[in-house]
Design a protein around this ligand. Structure first.
Ligand SMILES: O=C(O)CCC(=O)C1=CC=C[C@@H](O)[C@@H]1C(=O)O
Ligand SMILES: [Mg+2]
Length: 324
């Protein structure tokens, strides 16, 4: 059983702001276990582990596999990578729904070039998307509300997903939500940094909420009539079994499940799309982050382009029977 670990560094088309940190390239690791791949890409500003931590743990996991032992990763991104590389994938998956588009940038300039930005999203002549995601709680509230108003005018049939990444106080979030065209808003992700504040905002403003950071921090939460969806980011949550447990909890509580990316490579996005087919086939996934990547690690037919990667580890496990 061949084992390998590679490093990738993919330039971005434009700098990306992640929780106050700008990045210009996306770095990560690809792990291969018996020809099956996983993507290990801690997200700066969001992951608890660094890429160096992930590399150290990945090497230890591969060494364990080489000795015929089990790999037992503890870091979320490494759990996700090894989980995918060792997952028994279903033979057939229903056709994936197209990801909803993600619009990110400074509201005043987005308004100024809205027609061009929407042209890019609609890729010339396609019908408007059923949903579109927009970051909020980053710029002046009045500018963000003005952008939402313009988008609502331009895309009357599109529901907006807003994501505040916990950036508001209770009072700010309530003030913002009270000025929203409520019928245009699908849900708001994480208005405040604590679950208690988020629920208080939902109660005060009547807006539908989705949980994202609450899940990746593994913070306690309970079902509430205003919680509409769970945004599941496997790179940040970790083990596929932990993600599946959240999917089960969502089903039991009648919540929507949105499988979402953490700006992984094209290979990671492909794996997430397959998980989305398995776990949430009826919901457009949050996987429109590939547009930020200026390069790919796979060909369009899905083969990994080894020349773009730096090999960090290569070995053969002679104890294949013990892995099964
Ligand atoms: O969820 C999506 O539609 C795409 C991914 C996305 O918006 C995010 C990925 C990772 C960190 C953040 O920038 C953001 C999010 O918080 O949801
Ligand atoms: Mg989010």
């Amino acid at each position: 059983m061949p084992l390998a670990l590679y490093h990738y560094a993919l330039p971005l088309r434009q700098p990306l702001l992640l929780n106050g940190q700008w990045i210009t390239q996306r770095e990560g690791l690809l792990v291969s276990v018996n020809g099956q791949w996983g993507d290990i890409a801690p997200l700066p500003g969001f992951s608890v582990e660094t890429l160096t931590d992930a590399e150290t743990e990945s090497r230890a996991c591969l060494t364990a596999l080489k000795r015929g032992e089990k790999a037992v990763p503890t870091l979320p991104s490494v759990q996700f990578g090894f989980g995918c590389a060792q997952h028994v994938w279903p033979q057939h998956c229903p056709a994936a729904l197209a990801p909803y588009p993600l619009l990110q940038g400074e509201p005043v300039s987005l308004i100024a070039m809205l027609d061009r930005a929407l042209d890019n999203i609609l890729k010339g002549g396609q019908p408007p998307p059923s949903r579109l995601k927009l970051k909020v709680a980053r710029y002046a509230m009045s500018d963000e509300l003005a952008l939402i108003a313009r988008l609502s005018e331009k895309l009357p049939a599109t529901q907006l997903i807003l994501d505040a990444n916990g950036g508001w106080t209770r009072e700010e979030a309530t003030r913002f939500c009270r000025q929203l065209p409520r019928e245009k808003i699908d849900y708001l992700e994480e208005p405040c940094s604590t679950f208690a504040d988020t629920i208080a905002v939902a109660d005060a403003a009547g807006v539908k909420i989705a949980l994202d950071e609450t899940l990746s921090r593994n913070a306690p939460w309970y079902s509430h009539p205003h919680i509409a969806a769970l945004v599941i980011k496997p790179t940040l949550i970790g083990a596929l079994s932990a993600c599946e447990a959240l999917v089960q909890r969502a089903r039991a509580d009648n919540l929507r499940v949105v499988i979402s990316s953490s700006f992984e490579s094209d290979l990671g996005l492909g794996l997430l799309a397959r998980l989305a087919c398995q776990w949430a086939p009826e919901e457009p996934p949050g996987l429109d982050t590939g547009n930020w990547l200026a390069e790919r690690v796979t060909t369009t037919t899905g083969d990994v382009v080894a020349g773009r990667l730096t090999c960090l580890y290569q070995a053969t496990c002679l104890y294949q029977a013990m892995q099964e």
